[in-house]
Write a protein that binds this ligand. Structure first.
Ligand code: ADP
Ligand code: ZN
Length: 213
């Protein structure tokens, strides 16, 4: 499957993407994970992206398109991919459309995961992330077995820099201004599936149904 996952920060894009990869071997491509990896590695990309990310602002479109142009042409994408956190602006959506046309790839559709704002806020403030493998936990609903230690890899599990209250509120504003318009963009392309659900398995089922199985 070749899907775009849209939704506010904390809507569950990453969780849904991980569940979908288990169905048919499609790969999850999270621009947030790629960027956090670059920051941690101290690469040139990481240096350019770091300050934007910390403030909860978007990284410039040209940087993101550079990453995605390469990533989408790697061989593991042939099986399918789940775009998690990309595109995030109308220019990115337009550039993606052009890129896919050039490399001869057809998307199935874009999924809007629609979750109430209260749920989003609660999730983001209680979310914790493994700095080594990116695994996501929640202090209330999915704590690690040992506090601060990743169950999967033993790495340290922390609150992200951009998960302070100020940065979260900025990320939600940025989502409403810059990313929410993509819902209409994909609606106009006749490519939108909206699922209003907080449970990831419900979202996955709706996607499978639309895919026809
Ligand atoms: P979220 O949990 O908010 O959806 P992500 O992990 O997807 O967060 O992204 C974290 C940060 O990385 C964003 O706040 C932004 O600074 C940057 N980022 C990720 N994807 C993009 C993108 N497609 N365009 C611009 N910036 C991005
Ligand atoms: Zn880990």
């Amino acid at each position: 499957m070749k899907l775009i996952l849209l939704g506010a920060p904390g809507a569950g894009k990453g969780t849904v993407a991980k569940l979908l990869t288990q169905l048919d071997g499609s790969v999850q491509i999270s621009t947030g994970d790629i960027l956090r990896g670059a920051v941690q590695a101290g690469s040139e990309l990481g240096k350019q992206a770091e300050a934007f990310m910390k403030a909860g602002d978007l990284v410039p479109d040209e940087l993101i398109m550079g990453i995605m142009e390469q990533r989408l042409q790697e061989p593991d994408c042939a099986k399918g991919f789940l775009l998690d956190g990309f595109p995030r602006t109308i220019p990115q959506a337009e550039a993606l459309k052009e890129l896919l046309k050039n490399i001869g790839v057809d998307l199935d559709f874009a999924v809007e995961i629609d979750v109430p704002r209260e749920v989003i806020l609660d999730r983001l403030t209680t979310r914790r992330t493994c700095v080594d493998c990116g695994a996501i936990y929640n202090v209330k609903s999915m704590p690690t077995k040992v506090e601060g230690v990743c169950d999967k890899c033993g790495g340290s599990v922390v609150q992200r820099d951009d998960e302070t209250e100020a940065a979260i509120s900025n990320r939600l504003d940025v989502y409403n201004d810059k990313t929410a318009p993509l819902v209409d963009f994909y609606k106009n392309e006749n490519m939108l599936l909206t699922v209003s659900a907080t449970a990831s398995d419900v979202v996955v089922n709706a996607i499978q149904e639309r895919l026809g199985g």
